[in-house]
Design a protein around this ligand. Structure first.
Ligand code: AMP
Ligand code: MG
Length: 516
């Protein structure tokens, strides 16, 4: 089968001249040549037929593909590599990071759209620092399921082609408490137009490698930002503007579905505005803007749900600094940050919330803020609440309305809390009457933005528990369920349920570390 394989990244950018694979600082380059480990005892768990089709690999030899996704073979005409990038981690410049356990194994051009394929967990690279280059089954399942779930929710994301058990054991100290243990190793083959992060630009500027920086900007614009005129004098500023816009849209989408990335370091932000690097992410169960699943961030909660938008801006300021040598216009960069991010955020967030609530865009902000207060006052499940809110009718009394959404409460509200809820429903009802949308139409529109099913933290953990025993039935069930997150799917109704009490404090369900 003929596939259109390219090497555009390595053709356009500078290579690390050292070919041996040992950890090191790599100057004056955007990547290092490296090969995955060949895992001869590997076992394929799952290959996504949707992603196979996306890549035009549906009729590719299956045996050969299984070898490629387990590092035992490679695509003809492609030379594999790891990317060099740096990053700001938890607010501080961390220097060189790079693909410590990701190796690019292909770049397929289908109908003029490039798709980069990466094996995550296929062995060390020059960027592995003190780590091993491997990944464990639990984190690989979380990445596989969540990236596909996000895609089906309509949230920009990297995709996943496959998940493979490596056949090797990997040592991890899950909670960083001095209790390391062996775990099953795994490899995900992830797919995206490219895997360029803010950090790829930052490392070049940090080391004053301005020529390479310009090359990386030109490469990115020419190949992935085709609407920008590559001859125009302000192309780099337009590029920055587009990254601000797509990052903003992404974060609003996370807010819409209740996703908490967990580690929004600049090395984990894609230049394409896609969700990338599924680590200690989580889904809001009770609506709590101050929640983060990442135990490493427990004290400062820098990356909590409600802070993601301001962290997005903080990260874009880092990108602005990284692009300064090619733009050299501080005011212009600042005005893009203000106009294309800060000011748009309030309007876009307002619009997104109105859609979730089924009310017109001109609704008062106070109605939205009032709802946020109520959702937090009583511990209320975000996904269930918004899905049930669509059932409300303008002829309902405030008591009827409360009954319709009460399944979303984790605890029975007190009498004063019920009164606050009723007051809010009174205002909501007035807005519904004022808007005059037909109940059934409002419901169907709301159900297109309020998913019924998301990858709840405890569901992912149940899948992992079974998979670690070699049982993938639940993996397949949840993978299927999340293909249609907005559909009713009555056969899966049991997953339209609040987090069970046992999962409230269980490791993996509400507490995750970066160990993966
Ligand atoms: P993360 O916070 O998971 O995005 O990772 C930050 C940096 O650590 C990136 O450069 C990763 O490639 C690297 N890294 C994380 N885990 C490993 C590992 N097991 N082996 C090698 N590098 C790793
Ligand atoms: Mg990362």
């Amino acid at each position: 089968m003929n596939i259109n394989m390219e090497n555009s990244f390595t053709d356009a950018l500078s290579a690390d001249p050292i070919l041996e694979n040992y950890p090191r600082t790599v100057p004056n380059a955007s990547f290092s040549w490296v090969k995955p480990i060949s895992f001869s005892n590997s076992e394929v768990i799952h290959i996504s037929t949707e992603v196979l089709e996306l890549l035009g690999l549906d009729s590719f030899d299956k045996e050969e593909l299984e070898k490629i996704i387990s590092g035992q073979s490679s695509f003809d005409g492609f030379q594999s590599f790891a990317m060099r990038y740096g990053g700001h981690q938890f607010g501080h410049w961390a220097g060189q990071l790079g693909d410590g356990r990701a190796i690019n194994i292909g770049e397929i051009n289908t109908e003029n759209k490039k798709w980069a394929l990466q094996l995550k967990g296929a062995g060390p690279t020059p960027y592995s620092r003190t780590a091993d280059g491997f990944a464990v089954l639990r984190s690989s399942i979380r990445e596989y399921l969540c990236s596909e779930a996000m895609f089906n929710l309509g949230v920009p994301t990297t995709r996943a082609l496959s998940i493979v058990k490596s056949g090797e054991e990997v040592m991890r100290d899950v909670m960083y408490d001095g209790n390391p243990a062996y775990e099953t190793g795994a490899i995900v083959c992830r797919v995206a137009q490219n895997f360029i992060r803010f950090g790829n630009f930052e490392i070049l500027t940090a080391h004053k490698e301005h020529e390479e920086l310009k090359k990386l900007c030109d490469y990115t614009i020419t190949n992935f930002f085709k609407s920008i005129d590559s001859n125009s004098s302000d192309k780099y500023l337009s590029f920055f503007e587009k990254v601000c816009e797509s990052t903003l849209s992404l974060i609003i989408e996370w807010e819409r579905v209740g996703f908490v990335h967990g580690v929004m370091n600049t090395d984990n932000l894609s230049i394409m505005g896609e969700t990338i690097d599924y680590g200690p992410y989580g889904w809001l169960e009770d609506f709590n803007p101050n929640w983060t699943p990442n135990t490493t961030d427990r004290t400062h909660k820098r990356y909590a749900f409600g802070k993601q938008a301001s962290i997005g801006l903080w990260n874009l300021v880092r990108l602005a600094n990284a692009l300064y040598p090619v733009i050299k216009d501080k005011e212009a960069l600042e005005s893009v940050l203000t106009n294309s991010y800060q000011q748009k955020y309030l309007a876009n967030h307002h619009q997104m919330m109105c859609q979730k609530m089924g009310i017109s865009d001109s609704s008062p902000t106070e109605l939205i803020n009032g709802l946020k207060r109520c959702l937090q006052m009583t511990e209320t499940d975000m996904t269930i609440f918004f899905r049930l809110l669509a059932n409300i009718s303008t002829v309902d009394t405030q008591d009827d309305m409360l009954i319709k959404i009460e399944k979303a409460f984790y605890q029975t509200p007190t009498t004063p809390q019920l009164q606050d809820w009723k007051n809010w429903f009174g205002l909501y009802s007035e807005q519904l009457i004022k808007d005059g949308f037909v109940d059934a139409e409002r419901k169907s529109k709301m159900n297109l933005v309020n998913p019924k099913y998301v990858l709840r933290n405890y569901i992912a953990q149940l899948v992992i528990d079974d998979a670690e025993k070699g049982d993938y039935k639940l993996f397949n069930e949840i993978n299927n369920l999340l293909k249609k997150p907005y559909a009713e799917q009555p056969e899966y109704e049991k997953w339209f349920a609040k987090r069970p009490e046992w999962a409230r404090t269980k490791v993996g369900c509400s507490m995750l570390s970066c160990s993966s």
